[in-house]
Design a protein around this ligand. Sequence first.
Ligand code: AMP
Ligand code: TRP
Length: 329
Amino acid sequence: MKRVFSGVQPTGNLHIGNYLGALKQFVELQEQHQCIYCVVDMHSITLPQEPQELREHILDIAALYMAVGVDPKKSIIFIQSEVSGHAELGWILNCASYMGELSRMTQFKDKSKGKENGSIPSGIFTYPVLMAADILLYDADIVPVGNDQKQHIELTRDLAIRINNRFQKQTFVVPEGRFLKEGARIMALDDPTSKMSKSAENDFSRISLLDSDTKIKKAIMKATTDSDAVVRYDIEKKPGVSNLLSIYSTFSGISIEDLEKQYEGCGYGNFKKDLVEVTIDAIRPIRERFEEIRNSLELTKVLDDGRERAEAIAEKTLARVKTDFGLGR
Ligand code: AMP
Ligand code: TRP
C-alpha cells in the first residue's frame, strides 16, 4: 500500500475548482492507499492573517475534507501546526537547501515581484522547504497537487535525493507528484481566460462549496458566454461555454459530446438552467454535511485522532533523520 500526502492552505473557502481539481481525487485515492490530508496552517502565515479568521478557516477546511467524502476511518485528517515535527524537519531541510534553488521558485518570484528585499518575508522564500518537510516527514510516495506545485515537488525530490546521497542510505523516501488533469482546470465564470480562484475580487467569478442555492444560480446565469448561441466545446473560440460544459460534464458524469447533442439548437438559456440544477445537486449535500460537522464533537475527535496518528508516524521519521544527521545524543 502506498502512502499519499497532500495539504490545503486555510486561506479562504474552497471553490468548485479546488473540488474538481484536487479534493475529488483525495477521496478516490483513499480507496487504494493510505492517505494523509493536512490543513497546512503554518504555510498560510507566510503572509499576515487575522488570527480569529485563520482559526475559523482551519476548521472550515478540516470539515470540508470530510464533507466532500474524505473518510477519517480510512484517511488521516490533521492540522499541521499540531504536529511539531513539521517545523523541526523544516529547519533540518533548510540547512540542506540552497539560496539559489529557492530563488528560482516561480511562486516566490511572483509573490516577491516588485518588492524590495527588505520587505519580503523570509517565510515566503523558505516556504517550499516547509512543504518538502510536510511530505518527507510521512515517507509519502504520492503527492496529488495542482500543476502550480510541480516545482515544489521537484525541490522536495532534490532535497531527499541530496540527503540520501550524502548519507549513502535511504534517509528519505523520494516522493512522486501526481498532477491533476488539465481538463480539471476550472476557469473563472466572469473571465474564462483566468483560473477560478479563492482570491479574485468578484465573488460571482467562482462557486464556493459553501454557497447558497441562490448564489450558485446567480453566478451561473451571469457567467460569461458568447453571442453565437451554440453549445459547443471549443476552448479557443468559446472559452466561456467550454468551461460551463466541463463543469456540467464533471458534475453529471455525462460526456461533453453527449451534452453538445442534448443542447443542439437550444441556445444558452436551458443549458444554463440545467447546469444550475446539476451544480446545486452536487453542492447541496456537501454544504449540508459541512454544516452538520463544522461545530460537532465529531470534528474535534477526528482532529484529535488525526493528530495522534500523524504524530506517531512523524516521530519515527524524525528520530531516524536526527540519527542520520548526528543530532542529539
Ligand atoms: P489553492 O486554491 O491554490 O490553494 O489550490 C488547492 C488545490 O486546488 C491545488 O491542488 C490546485 O491545483 C487546485 N486548484 C486551484 N484552483 C483550481 C482551478 N481553478 N481548477 C482546478 N484546480 C484548481
Ligand atoms: N503549497 C501547497 C499549495 O499552496 C500546499 C501544501 C503545503 C502542500 N504543503 C503541502 C501540498 C504538502 C501537498 C503536500 O497548494
